[in-house]
Design a protein around this ligand. Structure first.
Ligand SMILES: [Zn+2]
Length: 169
């Protein structure tokens, strides 16, 4: 079986076996059956969990590190992967770059993709609606923090009804 997915945080090789709808206690739940190729076990999870924690392996993801760019063979995450020179990506045909020009080509492709993403995000951030939403979320976060601190203070010993330093009367 060929790996189609990898875990976003932990890496590893996984193959999507099937998607189905649960029965019995899982009635109506969208489920995913997957095969962990490294441990050779089959498991099932919800579609939400699957989409959140796994991602599809692209054709140009390095087949050794599966796109992480770090050394998976010796397990030293501070070392770059030898298959892709730490880029995580290889040539679009899935082959390891043969010389420095090919490495440069792959790096340039990565930079271009990120630049595109950055431009899109800047455009989104420039929209007044988005700025307002972010501002509102920040203010809400501050209000929540103040409310939490206040309730912690009230519930701490020595405050509030029954507390020794209660000066309400
Ligand atoms: Zn690699």
């Amino acid at each position: 079986m060929k790996a189609s997915h990898t875990h976003r945080q932990h890496g590893g090789r996984y193959a999507l076996v099937s998607e189905s709808t649960g029965a019995g206690p899982l009635e109506g739940q969208a489920l995913v059956v997957y095969h962990d190729l490294d441990r050779d076990v089959q498991s099932v999870t919800t579609l939400d969990d699957w989409q959140q924690h796994w991602r599809a392996i692209d054709a140009d993801d390095c087949s050794i590190c599966l796109g992480t760019g770090t050394d998976q063979i010796k397990g030293n995450r501070s070392n770059p992967c030898g298959g892709c020179f730490g880029l995580g990506k290889v040539r679009s045909d899935g082959e390891t770059p043969a010389d420095r020009w090919e490495v440069a080509d792959i790096a340039l492709g990565l930079i271009r993709r990120q630049q595109q993403e950055l431009v899109q995000r800047r455009q989104a951030m420039a929209m007044p609606e988005v700025r307002e939403a972010i501002q509102a979320a920040r203010e809400r976060g501050q209000t929540d923090t103040i409310a939490r601190q206040e309730s912690e203070w009230r519930n701490s010993p020595g405050h509030g009804p029954g507390g020794q330093r209660y000066t309400g009367d």
